[in-house]
Design a protein around this ligand. Structure first.
Ligand code: ASP
Length: 448
């Protein structure tokens, strides 16, 4: 194994540093200066080496071949590349998108400022994870997105309305303290080390991504959920064996509520209700039938009601990281956990790339989406865009959602099979111009 890794290293080194001529000279030279027997032995060795390599590491064999033909793609190594998203879904083109573009531009500019400042300070310890965490905190603090402030309501939000109507506020508060109308989740992962952390069923943590990072950094575990996770975050706790980097801001569950999400919950309930009652199970433009274990269920299509998860993938100095945070799906059952905190499903970073997803979480979990994209790059030698697009084409049902990715060189990949995805990106190639987009057309944004 060690020999193969070394061989791989040398191969990569050669590909980068030498020209075709030099490689040919290196191959031909021994043939000129050895005896016929030695030549035969060398030839046999080379053929067996390639044969063994093809069996054990087909990717590496391909690389060796591309070394001879010099067909390897030339990658420029960027200093950094950042892509973020604020959710994918059927985003109507007739909406007033001004405030949404403004939010994306704010996040883009803040991210750019942060990274420039950190680099200027010469912060040696700066990592791709630091940047990804920072950008996701910005997105969590934007009320328009479904993460942190502005997270969607789960089914307990319905009781809130019913009881609110009857003006029995005290009872509501008691009930909701127990249930929580918003349950948040997040995860973060570092490609080089495969270190990762995740947290779910959070009801009082202002910035779930920070907690996920603390699970990764300060505990030997990968995932903490519910009360245990919040206990770990809290200053008062005596019950935990590990402490976070700094204590977390705990907020009331109502901190996450916004009028926009209230409205969506109502619409979502109404859509489902009308499909179930009036149309006797028939579906319309906003709902669809799905079959699970032979039983038919009606669920909302990927309208904006359900989505808005946020995520960020970063490449910094050759290392990648992915961070994703969400309130889940509108009207979800209490206790439901989606793809976002499941490492490999909605979020993954490995040696080759980092991926963050948004869309129907259950489908991302079924297809182990984020990891599969990484595997496509690793084993099938796809580039980041091919990896994302081929996964979408082969595994997603219509309107499942989208993904953003970045490889270790800083190449960016973005794909979706829904009508839109809130997103933005910037790279060190052109520090002063970044891009934001909702539908197909991207808009250039001056970042400085
Ligand atoms: N993937 C998220 C979930 O299912 C929802 C989203 O991306 O908006 O929890």
């Amino acid at each position: 194994m060690i020999t193969i890794d070394r061989a791989k290293f040398s191969a990569l080194f050669f590909v980068k540093e030498t020209s075709r001529k030099l490689i040919l000279i290196l191959i031909i030279m021994p043939f000129r200066f050895v005896t016929p027997t030695q030549r035969l032995a060398l030839l046999t060795f080379l053929i067996s080496a390639i044969y063994v390599m093809r069996k054990l590491r087909p990717g590496l064999a391909k690389k060796a071949l591309s070394l001879l033909t010099c067909s390897k793609k030339n990658h420029d190594q960027l200093e950094y590349a950042i892509v973020f998203h604020g959710g994918a879904g059927t985003i109507a083109t007739n909406i007033d998108s001004t405030s949404r573009y403004e939010a994306l531009i704010r996040v883009l500019r803040e991210s750019s400022k942060y990274i420039q400042e950190q680099i200027k300070k010469g912060k040696e310890s700066l990592t791709a994870c630091d940047i990804a965490e920072y950008v996701v905190i910005l997105l969590e603090n934007e009320p328009l997105f479904n993460a942190g402030k502005g997270a969607v309501f789960n089914i307990a939000g319905l009781f809130f309305f019913i009881v609110l109507k009857k003006k029995i506020k005290m009872f509501t508060n008691l009930l909701l303290k127990k249930l929580g109308k918003h349950e948040l989740e997040a995860s973060i992962m570092e490609g080089k080390t495969l270190n990762c952390g995740s947290a779910a069923l959070l009801r009082h943590i202002k910035n779930p991504i920070r907690l996920a990072r603390d699970v990764m950094t300060c505990t030997p575990h990968i995932m903490l959920v519910g009360e245990g996770a919040e206990e770990f975050a809290s200053k008062e706790s005596d019950l935990v064996s590990y402490r976070p980097r700094t204590f977390h801001e705990l907020v009331d569950n109502t901190y996450f509520s916004t009028e926009y999400r209230n409205q969506q919950l109502k619409e979502s309930r109404a859509n489902l209700q009308s499909s179930q009652d009036e149309n006797e199970g028939k579906t319309d433009q906003v709902t669809e039938k799905i079959e699970i274990n032979g039983n038919e269920h009606i669920q909302e299509k990927s309208t904006e009601n359900g989505f808005g998860t946020v995520g960020c993938v970063v490449m910094y100095k050759g290392s990648v990281a992915a961070a994703t945070s969400t309130g889940g799906r509108t009207n979800k059952m209490c206790g439901r956990i989606g793809d976002t905190p499941i490492i490999g499903a909605g979020n993954y970073a490995g040696e080759y790339c980092a991926i963050s997803g948004t869309g129907f979480g259950e489908d991302f979990v079924r297809n182990v989406t984020a990891y599969d994209c990484h595997a496509r790059m690793k084993y099938l030698e796809m580039d980041i865009q091919q990896a994302i697009q081929s996964h979408i084409n082969e595994s997603f049902k219509p309107d499942t959602g989208g993904m953003i990715g970045v490889d270790r060189y800083g190449n960016i990949g973005i794909g979706m099979n829904s009508s839109g995805m809130y997103r933005g990106w910037l790279t060190s190639k052109n520090k002063s111009i970044g891009c934001v987009a909702i539908w197909d057309q991207a808009i250039d944004v001056v970042t400085e």
